[in-house]
Ligand binder design. Structure first.
Ligand code: NAD
Ligand code: MG
Length: 399
């Protein structure tokens, strides 16, 4: 007999890299977790497999045709899972009364509404979807505080910082004696490439990360180091840390997942093999610990840990993110939207790798100066930046 009440979980973005790792951990603990809903955009075959295995109450397919395919396949298999379609259904399964926790693992701004709905419904929110927080910042953190939600970071760096902070951390670095938040970065697949070499890199090279297997969008972000830039903004909101105390440390082995330095000189780090099941299991069971299926860290095999300063000449996206954080207002939403458009244009070979930063910089120069204090304002800033980015992309691809 288990001494735990079963936790009912909705996995948003179940077919993705984080979604699959989440289900891997959940499958190891049937006495603790039960899947309430799974969602995907349009990968009906993958979702079908997952639904047959986890038998959730709901399966949400955003794409209507894919939903029909999933529905008939499930009927044929005798499944009792109900298929919902459209993006409003994501909010429904994120906020339903029966749900205890929501894994927010949709990629990009598309994840904001359902993730916010989970926060507004006071759920335990496991946040992988960093773009949602970059986009909505204060609005999202207010929704968490006002509705008694519990926000736990899945991003490995933020999960590491969370683990290195004192229990009951007050979101106020000075008060808690925190001097610095040190975010580690692998440096991505192009850490050692020259600017000349970067000009000609391909989407497949950008997606071949040395340490982590991830979705294509975050893989490109990792190659440009925009991923670290988004994570700087994410750390600002999660931990109430001003830009000045957040430092990025390139650490190619990805064994230290991040660190917190205190005013007494202590530096607390979290180490582990680069496997997202560790932060996922940590957040699923918090404050307890459960097996994640991750092998033990072999320090003798690793033998050494290296550290470098990030090179902002070759990786200007990181500098752009710091300046968007310092500018505030609509700048972070603009940065995120422009980046999503530019990455998509790079992946579909309409622009080159170095053009990604050019598109974002052009958008930031004209970032609107209204306050992003409502969801409408967030999406207005997002839409303006996407328009502007598409114009820049057309210019660059014609050149
Ligand atoms: P992925 O591309 O592998 O999966 C994305 C998931 O979102 C899929 O299930 C897809 O169906 C769904 N999706 C995509 N577009 C959608 C839309 N418009 N509406 C609804 N659903 C949509 O991505 P991933 O690598 O799993 O990353 C997911 C999120 O987690 C991202 O925000 C990423 O930055 C973050 N993250 C990922 C990792 C990692 O190791 N993969 C690490 C840290 C943070
Ligand atoms: Mg990360």
């Amino acid at each position: 007999m288990s001494q735990h009440a079963i936790q009912h979980i909705t996995v948003l973005g179940a077919t993705g890299s984080i979604g699959q790792s989440t289900l891997d951990v959940i499958a190891r603990h049937p006495d603790r977790f039960s899947v309430f809903a799974l969602s995907a955009q349009r990968q009906d075959r993958k979702l079908l497999e997952q639904v047959l295995r986890f038998a959730p109450r709901y399966a949400v397919m955003v794409d209507a045709d894919a939903a029909l395919r999933l529905q008939s396949a499930l009927r044929a298999a005798g499944s009792r899972t109900e298929v919902l379609s459209g993006s409003a259904a994501l909010e429904h399964v994120a906020a339903a009364d029966e749900v205890d926790m929501v894994m927010a693992a949709i990629v990009g701004a598309a994840g904001l509404r359902p993730t916010l709905a989970a926060a507004q419904a006071g759920k335990k929110v496991l946040l992988a979807n960093k773009e949602a927080l970059v986009l909505s910042g204060q609005l999202f953190m207010d929704a968490v505080a006002d509705n008694g939600a519990l926000l736990l970071p899945i991003d490995s760096e933020h999960n590491a910082v969370f683990q290195a902070l004192p229990a009951g951390y007050a979101r106020s670095p000075g008060v808690s004696g925190v001097r610095k938040v040190l975010l580690t970065a692998s440096g991505g697949p192009f850490r050692a490439r020259s600017i000349e070499e970067l000009r000609a890199v391909t989407p497949d090279e950008a997606c071949a990360h040395p340490n982590w297997v991830m979705g294509r969008k975050i893989s490109v972000d990792s190659a440009t180091m925009m991923n670290k830039g988004l994570e700087v903004i994410e750390a600002h909101w999660l931990f109430g840390a001003p830009a000045d105390i957040i430092e990025v440390v390139v650490h190619p082995q990805s064994v230290i997942h991040s660190m917190v330095e205190y005013v007494d000189g202590s530096v607390i780090a979290q180490l582990g093999n680069p496997d997202m099941r560790t932060p996922i299991a940590h957040a699923l069971a918090w404050p307890e610990r459960i097996d994640a299926g991750v092998r033990s860290l072999d320090l003798f095999d690793i033998a050494r840990l290296d550290f470098e300063r990030p090179d902002l000449q070759r990786f200007p996206c990181l500098a752009l993110a710091f300046s968007a954080l310092r500018a505030g207002g609509a700048a972070p939403a603009t940065l995120n939207a422009a980046n999503e458009e530019a990455v998509e244009a790079f992946l579909t070979q309409r622009i080159g790798f170095l053009d990604i930063a050019r598109v974002i910089e052009a958008c930031l120069e004209r970032s609107p100066d209204f306050a992003v204090d409502s969801l409408d304002a967030v999406f207005a800033a997002d839409a303006q930046a996407r328009d502007r980015a598409r114009t820049e992309i057309r210019k660059l691809s014609a050149a």
